[in-house]
Design a binder for this molecule. Sequence first.
Ligand SMILES: [Zn+2]
Length: 419
Amino acid sequence: MKYHFYNANILSEGKILHGDVVVEDEKIIYVGKDIAVKADREIDVKGNVLMAGFVNAHVHTPMTLLRGVADDMELYSWLYDNIFPAEQKLTPEDVYWGEMLGIAEQVRAGITAFDENYFHFDAIIDAVKKSGIRCRLGLPGNFNSKSAKEMNEFLDLYISKLDNKLIKPAIYAHSIYTLTEEELSILVDYSAKHKLPVCMHLAETLKEVGDCTVKNECTPPEYLEKLGFLDRPSTLYHCVHLDKDDIKILADYNANVVTCPSSNLKLGSGIAPIYSMKEHGLNICIGTDGTASNNSLDMFKEMFLVATLNKATLYDASIISANEVLDMATKNGALALGFEGCGDIIEGNYADLILIDLNKPHHQPLNNIISNLVYSAKSSDVYFTMVNGKILYEDGKFNIGEDIEKIYENCQKITKRIL
Ligand SMILES: [Zn+2]
């Protein structure tokens, strides 16, 4: 299938250029000035934006089922008293429908790839494969009383099931407070043996840092360094409470960090030191986290917060630019998750792209499109989402393998039952 997008404002390599993009099968084969080409479908972009889809670098997608169930409380009571008990009632079928709802929400908002961290992996793999979205799947999260041998067999089994090129595996350790030192070492050994990246929630709250310092006599990054966790290619979520020495450790190991500002604000966790991370050369990505702590999968909201929060805490509006934030939401995430050939509109890349409607009052007059994308755009401006050359959303219609009304209906039934 060949698509010819014409009359587009294309965001490519940090600049806006007016012209055409041609997609053939799963790849972008042309980016440039107007071109005459024979295509199966001609799409007049009408001067709107054509850009790479967003990479949501941290999410627990099936938490869509728990949207709004535990608001206005800090992380530990939110997690241990509310979220974990509700999650125990979720069946694999529930997770499938929660995943489908989250995929619908993400493609509607221009997200074309995400880093998944949840459980009931068969259901997740099923939904991701059916939908056609790109995903890095974190395994296993927690041990749930498995022995080292059982865990190795479990990981072998699930990694063998990821035979789809749109799904990549990673070794996901939930956090230093939910896993023992022995369990973390088992996961590090597995990731080294199988050359897989590792990921984890890190330094999300002051309590986590305080508890780690009391128990292990070191900060969370020092603890991960000691365990050899940082010797592996790593993606670390939140990283709110890091001092300069901690950030230097993460930089020394080329760790990827994922900031999730809405979740950190809503749970009262704090504001991540993005500027300092940037100064140390860390690859900074953006994630929404799950909808129980956000409560939406909307990278536009996150971009605005990433662009503004550190300006306010450091009393300096010049420390981060809209261009840098767009990179964090696209190519930095693709790099961290190992999605080579994604995150930008350039020839040879995979066709993970979105169209954004500028023909709205909040985008006019058109003075600075890059500024609009970060400071005034809304996820509802996205009207077209393509992943790997396949259209997953267009003008209100979803093409993700399940009917959207059926998804809503099933998710409503599930939440009624479990809450
Ligand atoms: Zn999380």
